[in-house]
Design a protein around this ligand. Structure first.
Ligand SMILES: Cc1cc2nc3c(=O)[nH]c(=O)nc-3n(C[C@H](O)[C@H](O)[C@H](O)COP(=O)(O)OP(=O)(O)OC[C@H]3O[C@@H](n4cnc5c(N)ncnc54)[C@H](O)[C@@H]3O)c2cc1C
Length: 338
């Protein structure tokens, strides 16, 4: 059923109030097709919605927001590995925990990332040294203009750091309906991140006999201690991507700021955006209704239920200061609508 003039505040984790002209929650492929054909007849733009944890609403949306509520999760374990077929409307964290509970390994570092399965490939979600593309097998998506279903292999998706073909060349052309993953049997723990190392050391766990469940518990504990829960303090997680720079720029910055936090990435260096924002003096600062989290400078928060413009102004001011101080450009991670 198509609803008219709906406030999307409950549907985005920044809790921004903005109306969508039309709203539909779809639970089957036929319902999705019907919603798309309604939008096509009225020439409406489409906003596919999962959990709304990676969007910034800068104003009312003059189209059809489609909440993708397709359900279904099939997990077939095979030792530590196995296969997973998940419909787009499944909760990502529930999927991770279902695999971990069955002793399967691979996804544990991606525990507690908010949102739905269908959004996970859009920005190739990642955390603690692991990305979705490491386990991705294929996905199914409905073409917005025709309602036809298409399959995408890993190479079709053109995954990159917080990026995929669905943010680039095929932006706004498909709605993801199902994601298929494969976990390998020869699982190895991936615990190189300092925070994970530290947690494991504190627990006195033996690094040679770690289980996926232990690592998931570690990730959940670390995330809960560092990141604000959106239902307590509205936020969209990391607001900026970690900028990747070449070796010359990195060396110059490192000479000027010896405590710079950065990780080798391909032929360049990935700078910790949170460190740059912190050193530009923004951690814990408030600007009207919005602000920067006091513990994690990469997270913009909206405790005063500000509007999208408040968030945008804050993000621009931060990016401008970081540019002036370090000569580095910050790129927002969430997508702005409209
Ligand atoms: C507290 C917090 C922590 C976070 N931590 C991480 C993290 O560690 N790593 C990380 O990568 N991200 C993180 N995020 C960002 C976010 O959780 C992920 O990007 C997640 O995949 C978004 O899922 P969603 O269902 O909420 O997507 P939404 O916000 O609803 O949508 C995001 C984008 O995907 C599109 N989209 C959604 N569903 C579909 C679909 N079925 N088909 C086509 N397009 C679709 C939307 O139109 C939008 O452009 C965090 C966010 C929060 C609030």
């Amino acid at each position: 059923m198509i609803e008219v003039n709906i406030d999307l505040q409950p549907h985005n984790t920044l809790a921004i109030s903005a109306n969508t002209a039309f709203f539909a929650r779809v639970e089957t492929l036929d319902e999705l097709r019907e919603a798309l054909s309604f939008a096509q007849q009225k020439r409406l733009p489409i906003l596919p919605l999962g959990g709304g944890s990676n969007i910034v609403l800068t104003g009312d949306f003059p189209g059809l927001a489609i909440q993708v509520g397709l359900r279904g999760l099939t997990i077939t374990p095979n030792g530590r590995g196995g296969t997973i077929e998940a419909a787009a409307g499944e909760e990502w964290h529930q999927l991770v925990m279902s695999t971990v509970e069955q002793g399967m390994g691979g996804l544990e570092n991606l525990a507690l990332i908010p949102g739905k399965v269908g959004a996970a490939p859009i920005q190739n979600i990642g955390a603690y040294g692991v990305e979705l593309c490491d386990f991705f097998c294929s996905l199914q998506a409905m073409e917005i203009s025709t309602g036809a279903l298409h399959n995408f292999s890993v190479s079709d998706c053109e995954f990159d750091y917080r990026d995929s073909v669905f943010k680039g060349r095929l932006r706004d052309q498909f709605i993801i309906t199902q994601v298929n993953l494969r976990l390998e049997q020869d699982w190895q723990p991936r615990v190189a991140y300092p925070a994970l190392q530290q947690f494991i050391g504190q627990q006195g766990w033996d690094c040679d006999s770690l289980t996926p469940a232990q690592i998931a518990a570690a990730v959940i504990d670390i995330r809960n201690s560092k990141l604000p829960l959106p239902d307590q303090i509205p936020n969209a997680g990391s607001f900026f991507k970690n900028p990747v720079v070449n070796a010359d720029i990195y060396q110059n910055l490192k000479s000027a700021h010896p405590d710079l936090v950065a990780y080798a990435s391909g032929e360049g260096w990935k700078l910790a955006a949170g460190w740059l924002i912190d050193r530009a003096g923004w951690r814990g600062r408030r600007q009207e209704a919005v602000g920067v989290h006091h513990q994690q400078a990469l997270v913009l928060v909206n405790p005063g239920r500000g509007c999208g413009d408040d968030v945008t102004r804050l993000a621009r001011a931060i990016a401008s200061d970081v540019q002036d101080k370090f000569g580095v450009t910050l790129e927002p991670e969430p997508r702005y609508y409209p």
